[in-house]
Design a protein around this ligand. Structure first.
Ligand code: 13P
Length: 252
């Protein structure tokens, strides 16, 4: 049985004050969170530690939005897995489409980061997804498969099984245009098959596959009850405590 993972990607939003205020609101709601759901929030790097400290004793996990694959060195402006680990970070988002689009992230670096995360015991959430143009040309599955194959190259099965995959169609991110629950589930199931082709069904049956792209309280229930969707990676709606809470409690 796969546990659902509801994750908030705050992106480049919330300064320290706003981050702590939002966390206080989550804390006040947290005893009513669905206990069968894992909850994760991913603030900006600079706010990870204060948010982590504020959440001490609460069952809310903290993730980073990116990291470098090296442990240390002359990489000005970067943050390493050892740094994240040293402040107790549980998860890291890797290969988000915004990083691929604006910061030259490519599958080769996603692959290195995925391996580095596992070396340090941080759970990577690897993002894949097609552009609108690719979907309209009918190559969305080919595109996503290509990303999976490259991102998981030489990744051991014991690490693959602990990797979260987020299917985020680029055309649905921040646009208000959600993939239909059927489209999202079809791709999630296709992704599970890709994982099965590489690692077998023992592994693919256990891998957590999230959907991301304009998930809101009013569409979460339909998306999150699909057979192959094990959670959501949420941008905009994770910045509002009540809305995020409703998504976490979608089943109620
Ligand atoms: P939105 O929920 O704002 O569409 O963002 C999705 C996303 O990119 C999460 O990583």
């Amino acid at each position: 049985m796969r546990r659902k993972l509801i994750a908030g990607n705050w992106k480049m939003n919330n300064d320290l004050d706003d981050s702590l205020k939002l966390v206080e609101k989550f804390k006040s709601l947290s005893d009513k969170f669905d206990k069968d759901v894992d909850v994760l929030i991913c603030p900006a790097f600079i706010n990870l530690y204060p948010v982590k400290q504020s959440l001490e004793g609460y069952n809310i996990k903290i993730g980073a939005q990116n990291m470098h694959f090296e442990d240390y060195g002359a990489f000005t402006g970067e943050i390493s897995p050892t740094m994240l680990k040293s402040i107790g970070i549980d998860y890291v988002i890797i290969g988000h489409s915004e990083r691929r689009q604006y910061f030259n992230e490519v599958d080769e670096t996603v692959n290195k980061k995925l391996k580095a995360a596992h070396i340090h015991g941080i759970i990577p959430i690897v993002c894949v997804g097609e552009t609108l143009e690719q979907r309209e040309s009918g190559i969305e599955k080919e595109t996503v498969k290509n990303q999976i194959v490259k991102d998981f190259e030489n990744v051991h099965a014991s690490e693959a099984v602990k990797t979260v995959i987020a299917y985020e169609p680029i055309w649905a991110i921040g646009t208000g245009r959600t993939a239909s629950s059927q489209q999202a589930n079809e791709m999630a199931s296709f992704i599970r098959n890709c994982v099965s082709e590489i690692y077998g069904t023992d592994i693919s049956d256990k891998v957590i596959i999230q959907y991301g792209g304009s998930v809101k309280a009013d569409n979460a229930g339909e998306i999150l009850t699909q057979s192959d969707i094990d959670g959501a990676l949420i941008g905009g709606a994770s910045l509002k405590a009540e809305e995020f809470y409703k998504i976490i409690n979608y089943a109620k």
